[in-house]
Ligand binder design. Structure first.
Ligand SMILES: [Zn+2]
Length: 168
């Protein structure tokens, strides 16, 4: 008797849940994205960042790696993009591509080779090391609803500074 009742209430619950899920099907009309070509690139960069191996796997000697990024746009009429300082600890993802600070640009600055050079100069030794360089953005800026494409003029001056684990 009680089991029959519970089965009935179960059916009712299922029916209700069915109604709920039907009601929950809402057409998600994607909002028109202003930079339709820029966002997927940035999302891809973020997911690659999440999947990167930790810094300690790349170089167990490094206690922290500081990355200073100074951007300059020679065509800028107003203020330059703010510089960035990132400090990577051993557990941080060893990912060294940084999006161009231009909002309309799909480019990024790849410091992977620079970090490799820094690690090569360390050659397994426990000491501080630095490496500096410059890169140009190879991205394209999409303007006027992506009808107009111009190559991005953004320049980057970077400095890498690695600190070894302190000897105890
Ligand atoms: Zn750019």
């Amino acid at each position: 008797m009680s089991s029959a009742r519970s089965a009935a209430s179960c059916r009712t619950a299922l029916a209700r849940r069915g109604q709920c899920s039907r009601r929950r099907i809402v057409m998600r009309v994607g909002a028109a994205r202003r930079h339709s070509k820029v966002l997927p690139r940035r999302e891809q960069l973020m997911s690659e960042h999440m999947r990167a191996v930790p810094l300690r796997e790349l170089s167990p000697e490094i206690e922290q790696l500081r990355i200073q990024l100074i951007f300059s746009n020679p065509n800028a009429q107003s203020a330059q993009p703010s510089s960035q300082l990132r400090t990577l600890f051993p557990s941080a993802p060893a990912f060294f591509r940084f999006s161009c600070p231009c909002a309309d640009c799909d480019g990024d600055f790849d410091l992977t080779d620079a970090v490799s050079s820094l690690l090569t100069s360390l050659s397994g030794h426990k000491r501080a090391a630095s490496f500096a360089g410059q890169l140009s953005c190879h991205g394209v800026q999409f303007r006027d609803h992506a009808r107009l494409q111009v190559s991005c003029p953004m320049q980057l001056s970077f400095q890498l500074l690695s600190e070894p684990h302190r000897a105890d």
